[in-house]
Write a protein that binds this ligand. Structure first.
Ligand SMILES: [Zn+2]
Length: 146
């Protein structure tokens, strides 16, 4: 075990504690130098959360989506999940090649847009951000067609 102070991609110095074989440590250090420090990482994450919240808010206003019901924290989180739901639905669009499939997508879209429970979004948030259309489709069938 040893401590290594390196200059991260963001220009900040950070000390890491590394374990294991020397070769592995060297590889890890080389990789860490290409990354931002943990403080910048946390800031970036907070920033992208805020960006997403404001995008979700703008969309809600634009599309006249209902105000969600829940605690302040739940509502903020659920709004960003609702945003993911609608993006996930967009990704499925190309799969809706039959009238029947299209009808189902319209129904899902309606259900998502009418949902006002923050809790509901939080409870059903799985598999929305994946690129795997089948996983999204299976999730939606689970949620809406059970
Ligand atoms: Zn930094």
């Amino acid at each position: 075990m040893a401590h290594y102070t390196i200059t991260c991609k963001c220009g900040h110095e950070h000390t890491y504690q590394l374990f294991g074989k020397m070769k592995e440590r060297e590889r890890k250090l080389a990789w860490l130098e290409t990354q931002v420090c943990p403080e910048c990482e946390a800031k970036n994450r907070a920033k992208s959360r805020e960006d997403k919240t404001s995008k979700a808010q703008a969309e809600a206003e634009e599309k006249g989506l209902p105000t969600l019901v829940g605690s302040e924290k739940q509502v903020a989180w659920a709004m960003s999940i609702r945003y993911d739901f609608l993006r996930a639905l967009d990704r499925l669009e190309p799969l809706a090649t039959t009238a029947e499939a299209r009808q189902m997508m319209d129904k899902w879209s309606g259900l998502i847009k009418a949902q006002t429970s923050a809790r509901w979004f939080i409870d059903n948030r799985d598999n929305l951000t994946t690129d795997n259309k089948r996983a999204i489709l299976n999730s939606f069938i689970q949620i809406f067609e059970k």
